[in-house]
Design a protein around this ligand. Structure first.
Ligand code: R5P
Length: 293
């Protein structure tokens, strides 16, 4: 029997070392992609900061008209100038957003459940690649339920979307879904984010957690951090700051922007952290100054 002495078993995320195969392109893990992929990723990730502020308002795809998103036609025009990317369903975009906006577009392409279901993990790919091309998507987002009942269909959905996107130069974003009873630990997020990246996702969306640095270091493509439920502005800005400090390439924030009393100012404050290296304290001061009175 082989002697186990000397076998390396401890993990080392080399947190002191930057990503080694970046080449001359500003998006992690994308140096070897085609021109069209790089162009679309550049529509998402700012070439100067390397980061993005995505504004997620796709919640209606399973939650209906959540608080703050009752009238997309009124909300979105207020926010377009304050974010880098709109993350939306095709129905919300076509009905309520003018097509001339000059920002990135992350299209949600999976669906299949609603808040009325106990188990949300069974989804399908709900959009043809041709429609993503027609809408000029910069990436396609697929919800993925790793460890849940619907894991197999999630992986099939993501793989189908990645395969179709690769044919036409459209990146894919794997979205780590966390069900009601699923843990939100670094151990789980390291597993889920790495699986999605290795399947070929060009961007991974996940949640912030303790030891997030290890999650980001072990994921070979950019991570954008979901905002989650509404927090006081101070806490939401701290989460954004800690995410960027921990290696995220931006946020994909919804409720912490659109459920704020001052959505545009909140988006701007988040942008200061994401693009201009503001601390959470500086960003909160910026937000407070702009909303007082
Ligand atoms: C994800 O499943 C949702 O569709 C949202 O895109 C995501 O949760 C981000 O929004 P929030 O910051 O409100 O969590």
């Amino acid at each position: 029997m082989a002697d186990l002495d000397g076998i390396k078993v401890e993990k080392n995320y080399h947190l002191d070392k930057p990503f080694a195969t970046g080449g001359n392109f500003h998006v992690k893990g994308a140096a070897n992609l085609d021109w069209g992929m790089k162009k679309r990723l550049t529509n998402i990730f700012n070439p100067k900061s390397g980061n993005t502020v995505m504004f997620a308002f796709d919640h209606g795809y399973f939650m209906g008209s959540v608080s703050g998103l009752e009238r997309l036609d009124l909300l979105i025009p207020q926010l377009i100038d304050h974010v880098d990317v709109l993350m939306s369903t095709r129905g919300a975009l076509r009905s309520s957003v003018k097509p001339g906006f000059r920002k990135g577009l992350a299209l949600r392409v999976s669906s299949g459940s609603s808040m009325l279901n106990d188990d949300l993990s069974h989804e399908v790919v709900a959009m043809d690649i041709e429609d993503a091309i027609r809408m000029d998507a910069d990436c396609m987002a697929v919800q993925c339920f790793i460890g849940a009942d619907g894991q197999l269909s999630s992986i099939e959905n993501l793989s189908r979307v990645i395969n179709a996107g690769n044919r036409y130069g459209i990146p894919s974003m794997g979205v780590v879904a966390v069900g009601k009873n699923m843990e939100r630990t670094a151990q789980y997020f390291k597993l889920a984010t790495r699986i999605l990246a290795e399947l070929g996702a060009h961007i991974v969306k996940t949640y912030y957690c303790d030891d997030f640095e290890e999650v980001a270091a072990a994921c070979p493509v950019p991570i954008v951090v979901a905002g989650g439920k509404k927090l006081p502005e101070k806490e939401a800005l701290e989460m954004a700051y800690n995410s960027i400090k921990g290696g995220a390439a931006g946020v994909d924030m919804g409720r912490n922007i659109f459920q704020s009393y001052h959505p545009a100012e909140m988006a701007d404050a988040v942008g200061k952290i994401v693009h201009e290296k503001f601390s959470a304290k500086e960003a909160l001061e910026y937000y407070t100054e702009r909303t007082k009175g």
